[in-house]
Structures are given as structure tokens and as C-alpha cells.
Ligand binder design. Structure first.
Ligand code: PRP
Ligand code: URA
Length: 207
């Protein structure tokens, strides 16, 4: 699918399988989700713009690179929190914004309950973080909000996506790069990804 990168690295797939396992308890789920997020970040940031720079090593001048833009991480609450800390370890100077979205159980419509984002988003690389892309409603709502706030360089780090959700996101956000570890079979009639891993927020926080 255009704009969708499925990260097939063995360590990502190994850890995804542990997350899918219904026997994985919240403590381990949190740890493994963090590990997988860190592994996925390498691929998801491969196309970050860089500029040439030079430094002095103890021995001589050296040519190198630095990131052209600062980074804003935007986890979608709650489940996105499970990937945040591990990504922050790798980009410690990133700013962090939050988007609270909750799917209404019957309509599956995502409703905002929290928005807290840095200003001047157009200057930043924005990494939207949400492990689950089911109907795609939450991702579209989050990306629309980021666009209203003038974000221009947005990408999604996701763990498991449903084909229906990807199609929905593609229709509404055709330019959004999506990085995921799996595109699963389908959504069930309650909007859950099958086989998926269940309710990511509940499994993270033991609800
Ligand atoms: C889950 C998940 C995604 C969303 C995906 O969040 O974390 O944000 O559903 O579904 P969609 O693609 O159909 O919009 P939920 O609203 O259940 O909130 P939670 O993370 O607090 O559990
Ligand atoms: N949200 C989840 O956490 N899991 C799903 O399968 C769908 C939405």
C-alpha cells in the first residue's frame, strides 16, 4: 500500500508476537511495547531531513550531519503513551504534545478529550504515535488537528493496522507516511483488529 512501510525486522516481529499473546501481562506488555517502539523508530526516522555540519574531533575537523528540524512526539492517549518513553530515550531533546481521543463504543467515532501541543508546529518533524489503527478515525482526527495547527512534516508510528483503517486514512490523509509492524486481516463487528492484540490501552494499564 502506498505510503505504508511494514517493518519486517525479525526483532520487531518477535516482539509483536509477544504483544499479541493473550498471556502477556501488563508489566511485560509495557516493556516489550517500549522495545518495539525503539526498534521501529530507526526505520520511521530514516527520511528525516539533515544538514551538513562540521565539528572538531580531538584530532581534526570532521564533516557530519545534524537534524534539520527539531522533533515533536505526539502520543495519542492512552495507548500511545506505551511507546513514548522509549522513543524519548532516543530523541531526548524532542518536545512532547498530547492528543486525547476516545472511541465511542457504539459509533466507533473518536472524540477529543485533551489537546496539548507546542506552537509553530510547521517548524518541526512531528511523530504521531498510536499503536492501533483500526477504523482509522482516531488517526484522521489527530492528523486533521495537527494540520489545523500548521504541522507540515507528520508521520505515524503504529504497531498494528487494519486494512479498512489504512484505506480510510489514505482517503483523508493521502500524504501521511505510516510505519507499522503489521497490517492485519480485518476489523470485527466491534471495530477491533483481528487478530490484533486486543485493547492496547487496557493491556498496557491493566484495566
Ligand atoms: C484505541 C487505540 C487507538 C484507537 C484506534 O484507543 O489506542 O487510538 O483506538 O481506533 P480507530 O482507528 O478505530 O480510531 P481508544 O479510543 O480505545 O482509547 P484508549 O487508548 O484510551 O484505550
Ligand atoms: N483499539 C485497540 O486498542 N484495539 C483494537 O483492536 C482496536 C482499537
Amino acid at each position: 500500500m502506498k505510503g505504508v512501510t511494514v517493518i519486517t525486522h525479525p526483532l520487531v516481529q518477535h516482539n509483536l508476537t509477544r504483544l499479541r499473546d493473550h498471556r502477556t501481562r501488563p508489566q511485560e506488555f509495557r516493556r516489550v511495547l517500549g522495545q518495539v517502539a525503539a526498534l521501529m523508530l530507526y526505520e520511521a526516522t530514516r527520511s528525516f531531513a539533515v544538514r551538513r555540519t562540521s565539528v572538531e574531533t580531538p584530532l581534526a575537523p570532521a564533516q557530519g550531519f545534524s537534524l534539520s528540524r527539531e522533533v515533536v512526539l505526539v502520543p495519542v492517549l492512552r495507548a500511545g503513551l506505551g511507546m513514548l518513553d522509549a522513543i524519548l530515550q532516543l530523541i531526548p531533546n524532542a518536545r512532547v504534545g498530547f492528543i486525547g481521543l476516545k472511541r465511542e463504543e457504539t459509533t466507533l467515532r473518536a472524540q477529543f478529550y485533551h489537546k496539548s501541543l507546542p506552537k509553530d508546529l510547521h517548524r518541526f518533524e512531528v511523530i504521531l504515535i498510536d499503536p492501533m489503527l483500526a477504523t482509522g478515525g482516531s488517526t484522521v482526527a489527530a492528523v486533521n488537528l495537527l494540520s489545523e495547527l500548521r504541522a507540515r512534516h507528520v508521520r505515524l508510528v503504529n504497531l498494528v493496522a487494519a486494512p479498512e483503517g489504512i484505506r480510510h486514512v489514505r482517503r483523508h490523509c493521502p500524504d501521511l507516511p505510516i510505519f507499522t509492524a503489521a497490517v492485519d486481516r480485518k476489523l470485527n463487528d466491534r471495530g477491533y483488529i483481528v487478530p490484533g492484540l486486543g485493547d492496547a490501552g487496557d493491556r498496557l494499564f491493566g484495566v
